[in-house]
Design a protein around this ligand. Sequence first.
Ligand SMILES: Nc1ncnc2c1ncn2[C@@H]1O[C@H](COP(=O)(O)OP(=O)(O)OP(=O)(O)O)[C@@H](O)[C@H]1O
Ligand SMILES: [Mg+2]
Length: 285
Amino acid sequence: MSENIITFESVSYRYPDGTGALDNCSLEIRRGARTAVLGANGAGKTTMFLHLNGILRPSAGRVYWEEQPLDYSRNGLRKLRSRVGLVFQNPDNQLFSASVREDVSFGPMNQGLEESIVRKRVEDALLAVGMTAAADKPVHNLSYGQKKRVCIAGVLAMEPDVIVLDEPMAGLDAVMQEELTGILERMHTSGMTIIIATHDLDFAFGWADNVTVLHAGQLLASGNPSGILLREDVRTTLGATPLVAEITSRLSLIGVDLHDKENLPRNKSDLLHALAIYTRKEHTP
Ligand SMILES: Nc1ncnc2c1ncn2[C@@H]1O[C@H](COP(=O)(O)OP(=O)(O)OP(=O)(O)O)[C@@H](O)[C@H]1O
Ligand SMILES: [Mg+2]
């Protein structure tokens, strides 16, 4: 099995109205990795995601699945879409059935699975996103956050190898964000490859194994979060740095070194833990 599950080779994309949205992007997505895609509004994140499951086809360059060029035939796309699940930025673009259960069943039913298996997958997916009690509700009566959960359940029920989420945290309250973080953790543990577009730098810094930064359709940087997110050009394009990284680096300027290079605190609890250890050391005679 190849290490890279998806590869972009010099991909450019121009919309039919002439807007250039991706410009010569090359990228490798490692199997099982957690990738965060960052970039300002209009940078090209959604356009990139629509290439991952073949909704858009590059104007130039190529996309590969396990080292093979994508097969854009009807059958090829059907197979690809059962392996790459895309959760859209706006849930209203994704949900179309009358009830929650019907909507979540659609993907696995289309995969031609037996009815009993579909039923089990749907119940498991609804349970995973905490929507079991709402299974028979009409989709249009749900709140925004609940619609987002149903979209995630619809993709989970297909058991894809790769799950692509376009700004999943946007519009969710803090409790739902925390729960979604838990869902993502379980997906990662089960071996899924996860790709997320987000404007939340603190989340990306704490969660991702790899961050990819787009700027005006070009790939500005891709790699380890601590290596990338403190870069000056990245800070300029994103307009900020992750808070925990900023605090750690400011403390280091005044002589408080909380980490060795390999172990930069990645989230609030790491930072507090590192501070506690540091203060204890400081006070040891
Ligand atoms: N259907 C379309 N037709 C023409 N241009 C489009 C279309 N969809 C997107 N674009 C343009 O392509 C560029 C990239 O847009 P895209 O939606 O990929 O950005 P994004 O990084 O997802 O932004 P956001 O953070 O706002 O979601 C923008 O200039 C946008 O105006
Ligand atoms: Mg977008």
